[in-house]
Design a protein around this ligand. Structure first.
Ligand code: MLT
Length: 337
């Protein structure tokens, strides 16, 4: 009898533990806009592996690539409303919800993977995380580094902004990127990422821009012949979670999520450095794309596109935000309005 009494609390606590473990165990859905095989997928699979390891298998992640769960902009909304656990989207598809992250999309601010790392993994990256929580209700947990966006088209080699004449170029629904093309003298066609391959295939648009790794993962070489080796925007692709969901996790779980995001980010950086050059070669040698160097070291492209910077000072939170980024990259302050 005495023994029975002593066993009761132990039995209850075993049941409680089992219940709380099963309440914690979950399979999270992660959306990616890109097909499997690109930088988004690499970040996502690494994060999935790490979070499963850090939670002893309590959290598993199922990845739904290729915009199966909606356009990238839809998934930002869905994550913010608690209808989706995780998503990886290009930063330009977060800017409409949180305009201050536009500083990372302004043309010719980020010029290399190292620049991208400096801006995302320091004070500026922390500010971006706070701002997207405040404005869009999503928390940035990590970053995919996807490389410079290269212009592709199905019609002709493009070396100068004048060569864009007559081409219909798809851009994301992002005001900064639309303005950059307008500065180069053309009116681009803003389209969701999920509609881009079909639009290229059907000739609704002639071209688009995205990094080499994305061009390969999305098989754009099947519908595009020419690449311009431009670097007007560096493609950063944050892994996001709805802030409501993050706050519902216990502190240990929150830490596991943050750590997994940080480690997966490091992995993404190494992945870009290790694979981009080979993928560029493959696009030329296996898939027959031709690469054109921008004329004059991209001088005219840069001069014309950077003229739009002052138009976005207000939306990014003031010229000082751009100056802070430029200073972190060892560059001169931006011109005044
Ligand atoms: C876009 O062009 O909308 C995005 O950069 C695509 C992507 O997420 O890779």
């Amino acid at each position: 009898m005495k023994m029975k009494k002593m066993m009761l609390p132990a039995a209850i606590s075993a049941v409680t533990l089992a219940l709380s473990a099963s309440a914690m165990a979950a399979t999270w859905k992660m959306a990616t806009g890109d097909a499997a095989g690109g930088t988004q997928y690499e970040l996502g699979t690494k994060f999935a592996e790490l979070i499963e390891e850090k939670t002893d298998g309590d959290i598993k992640v199922n990845i739904f690539p290729n915009s199966q769960l909606g356009s990238e902009q839809d998934t930002v909304n869905n994550a913010s409303m608690g209808m989706l656990d995780l998503s990886i989207v290009a930063i330009n598809n977060i800017t409409p919800f949180s305009p201050t992250v536009g500083v990372l999309t302004l043309p010719y601010v980020i010029q290399s993977a190292e620049d991208a790392k400096k801006l995302t993994q320091g004070e500026i990256g922390d500010q971006m995380t706070e701002n997207t929580i405040r404005d869009a209700g999503v928390r940035i947990l990590g970053w995919a580094y996807s490389g410079c966006r290269r212009l592709t088209n199905s019609v002709k080699p493009v070396a100068t902004p004048e060569d864009l004449d007559g081409l219909v170029i798809r851009v994301p629904k992002n005001e900064i990127m639309i303005a950059a093309y307008q500065a180069w003298g053309v009116n681009p066609n803003p389209l969701a990422w999920s509609e881009t391959f079909t639009a290229l295939q059907q000739g609704v648009v002639d071209g688009q821009d995205n990094p080499y790794i994305t061009i390969d993962a999305m098989k754009f070489y099947e519908v595009q012949d020419h690449v311009t080796d431009s670097c007007y925007v560096f493609s950063l692709e944050p892994l996001i979670m709805g802030e409501g969901q993050f706050q519902s996790l216990d502190p240990e779980m929150q830490q596991a999520v943050l750590d997994a995001g940080k480690e997966a980010t490091e992995h993404s950086f190494e992945y870009l450095l290790e694979t981009e050059a080979d993928i560029k070669d493959k696009l030329v040698n296996e898939h027959g794309m031709t690469i054109t160097e921008p004329a004059n070291d991209e001088k005219e492209w840069i001069e014309q596109a950077t003229q739009i910077w002052p138009d976005f000072y207000d939306s990014i939170g003031g010229k000082e935000k751009l100056d802070q980024a430029l200073e972190a990259l060892g560059r001169e302050p931006a011109p005044s309005k």
